[in-house]
Design a protein around this ligand. Structure first.
Ligand code: ZN
Length: 223
């Protein structure tokens, strides 16, 4: 049996390379965290360590108040926001933050990405909403994420004038949402250059989202 904490350390460490692979981060910006199943603990990236130097051992184990339980480095400067989300959304098992370019361009205008592509209806089930402007240093970023995403289908929020936060059932799902968020923010931006993208009827968004959540993909028995 592998220790669940070690498992999440490895998963969170590995997933950071996906942020690099999909061009969602520069320098040391961005972070992934993952909840340790069944424990009031989560694992997050250390602050200021280059992506190519991240290893499972360098990940930081925190409690749900954002206090360091184990780790040689200081945790990501966004740790309080991640902790707030885990405290207030028990169904969330992973959180990701990026300053990915196209999504940030929408955040800089404080404009939600409208749901105008079937891929968006699938993954987001709605527009990608904008959260409030919030300064780092207290609970205001975490509160803004939770208040915007609670009861919303979208697993991604564009925090105004800042960047993207995504949530998922685990860290991998949150990374996927961050990748898809940048992809659709880019496509809808490009579409806008020559006109106004066409809306998709709400009933069609609903049915696409339902199918994606319930039918699409491999069934567990077929894996
Ligand atoms: Zn940030």
């Amino acid at each position: 049996m592998t220790d669940p904490i070690e498992l999440i350390r490895r998963q969170v460490s590995d997933l950071h390379q996906q942020l690099v692979r999909y061009d969602l981060v520069v320098w040391t910006a961005g972070n992934v965290s993952g909840r340790v199943p069944g424990e009031d603990l989560f694992v997050i990236k250390p602050s200021g360590v280059p992506y190519e130097e991240l290893t499972p051992e360098k990940m930081i184990l925190c409690d749900l108040d954002g206090n360091v339980v184990a780790g040689d480095y200081s945790p990501s400067s966004d740790t309080a926001a991640h902790a707030y989300v885990y405290r207030h959304m028990p169904e969330v098992g992973g959180v990701v933050h990026t300053h990915s370019t196209y999504a940030c361009a929408w955040a800089a205008r404080g404009e939600a990405v409208p749901c105008v592509l079937t891929a968006m209806a699938d993954e987001f089930g709605a527009e990608i909403p904008v959260g409030p402007f919030a300064l780092i240093g207290d609970d205001s970023i975490g509160r803004g994420i939770v208040e915007t995403l609670r009861g919303h289908r979208s697993p991604a929020v564009l925090m105004k004038s800042h960047g993207v936060f995504t949530i998922g059932k685990d860290a991998e799902a949150a990374v996927k949402a961050a990748v898809m968020c940048e992809d659709v923010a880019r496509t809808v931006h490009i579409s806008r250059q020559l006109g106004e993208p066409l809306p998709i009827a709400q009933a069609d968004i609903d049915s696409l989202n339902f199918r994606y959540r319930n039918v699409y993909g491999q069934q567990p028995a077929a894996r």
